[in-house]
Write a protein that binds this ligand. Sequence first.
Ligand SMILES: N[C@@H](CCC(=O)N[C@@H](CS)C(=O)NCC(=O)O)C(=O)O
Length: 229
Amino acid sequence: MNLTLYSHPLSSYCWKVLIALYENGTPFDTRMVNLGDPEAKAAFKTLWPTAKIPLLEDRGEVVPETSIMIEHIEQRYPGKVRLIPQDPHAQLNIRLWDRLFDLYVMAPMQRFIAQQLRPATERDMGIIADSLTELQNAYDMIEDRRGDHNWAAGESFSMADCAAAPALFYARMVAPFWSSHVNLAHYFDRLMARPSVRRVIAEARPYFHYFPLYHSIPAHFLSDVPETA
Ligand SMILES: N[C@@H](CCC(=O)N[C@@H](CS)C(=O)NCC(=O)O)C(=O)O
C-alpha cells in the first residue's frame, strides 16, 4: 500500500483526512498513534517535529498538515469526487473555507476541550470563555457568509467540507447553534448524512467514552440506527 495514515479514531483532524480518503475509496493503511503515551509520542516525533496527528506517509515521503495531505492525495490519487476542482477561483474559495473551519471552529473547539481534560480546579476560565465567544462569532460568520449552496464552498463537496464536518461535530457539543443559525444547522445535517462522515463517526464510536464531553454527544450519534427526523 502506498499511503499510510498515522491516526486516532477520535481525532477531529484525523477525521478531516479520513473523510477525504473515504470519499474516493482511496486505499491506505492506518497506524494508530496514542499521543498520551510519552514513548509512542517520542517515536512519532522523529517522523515530523510537531508530533501532531494525523500524519501521512506516501511510499516513505512524509506529508504533514491536513490541508496539504488532502492536496497531495488529490494530486497523486485523484478520484471521482474532486475535493479541489480545476478552476483556480473555485480553488481559492475552497482553501478559504478550509482555513476558516480550521482556524475559527476547530481551534477554539480544541482549546475548550483541552481545558476539559485538566482537573476542574486548574481550568483557565478565560480560555474557556474566549473559546465560546470565538465559536459564536464563527457560527455567525458561517451563517452570514457561506451562502445558500449545499456545501461549504459551492454545490460540490470539497476539501472545505472535509474540514467542516469534524470541526462542527465537536464544536456543536461545546457551543450549541442558536435558533438563528438556520443555514448552519441545515448544512450540519447535510454533512452528518454524508456516508464518509457517517463512517468516521461509526469508527470513533467504540472510543467515544474517552471523550471528555461524552455526555453531550447526541444519542443518535451513539448508535448506528439511521436518523428518522
Ligand atoms: N494544523 C494541524 C493540526 C493537527 C492537530 O492539531 N492535531 C491534533 C489532534 S486533532 C493533535 O495532534 N493534538 C495533539 C497535540 O497537539 O499534542 C493539521 O492540520 O494537521
